[in-house]
Design a binder for this molecule. Structure first.
Ligand SMILES: Cc1cc2nc3c(=O)[nH]c(=O)nc-3n(C[C@H](O)[C@H](O)[C@H](O)COP(=O)(O)O)c2cc1C
Length: 214
């Protein structure tokens, strides 16, 4: 769908998901993430960049599992995560929009939980490439987990935490030959509606990830 069409539909409040491809499973148990190897950190940083051309090809589940773990997985016995959060509130949830449905990444269970049985990739942003890339991540702040953070700081702290997650994804992508771009040009109401979010949840950012085109 073109950006112009998306803008028009968005203005009318009618930017909607399309039917899912394949079966949407209520819970996808992820394979154990590969926590070893990869590119040396300085090389991955040297290669980090935004890209906006994606192949219409899905990510294999083991790669998706490692990507989500790198993004915001549990990396310590005490439940600590790969990305920081103010007072360890762990308030940012990662949603994964796939052709088969939209899922919430459950880091503790290393699983993806179905939240919408539709393909809502095209709802995750005004840019056309988001419709066909392997997946679009959506970062959502859960304000009820930030009770210890002063109200006026909650959005900025959650945005900072989401930024750390996006950089983890950038570095994972650089290390694994994937393309990615963080996106703030999004219709937050359309995404919140499609994901069925509650009043204490706030859509912050989206990020497309997939194989490069060609
Ligand atoms: C907060 C934020 C929002 C962004 N929003 C978008 C966006 O909506 N669409 C897009 O294509 N790129 C977006 N970008 C990516 C920037 O355009 C990109 O990082 C910048 O051009 C520098 O390119 P580089 O990432 O390759 O270094 C965003 C970046 C940030 C940090």
């Amino acid at each position: 769908m073109s950006t112009l069409t998306k803008l028009a539909l968005g203005a009318m409040g009618r930017l909607r998901p399309k039917p899912a491809k394949g079966d949407a499973t209520p819970k996808i148990a992820l394979p154990a993430p590969d926590k070893a190897g990869g590119m040396p950190l300085m090389e991955a940083i040297a290669k980090r960049h935004s890209a906006r051309e994606f192949a219409a090809k899905e990510l294999p589940l083991p790669l998706l599992s490692s990507l989500l773990w790198a993004a915001n997985g549990v990396n310590r016995a005490d439940g600590g995560r790969t990305a920081p959060s103010a007072m360890n509130a762990q308030e940012v949830d990662v949603y994964v929009a796939l052709p088969s449905g939209a899922y919430l990444y459950d880091a503790a269970a290393n699983a993806m939980l179905l939240v919408a049985g539709s393909d809502l990739r095209r709802v995750t942003g005004y840019q056309d490439f988001v419709d066909e890339a392997a997946m679009d991540l959506v970062y959502v702040a859960h304000h009820s987990r930030m009770k210890m953070v002063p109200v006026g700081n909650r959005e900025s702290f959650a945005s900072a935490a989401a930024g750390a997650i996006t950089q983890n994804v950038y570095l994972f992508a650089a290390s694994n030959g994937l393309s990615t771009v963080i996106r703030a040009w999004i219709d937050r109401d359309a995404i919140a509606g499609a994901l069925g979010l509650g009043h204490d949840q706030q859509v912050l950012l989206s990020q497309t990830v997939g194989f490069p085109k060609g």
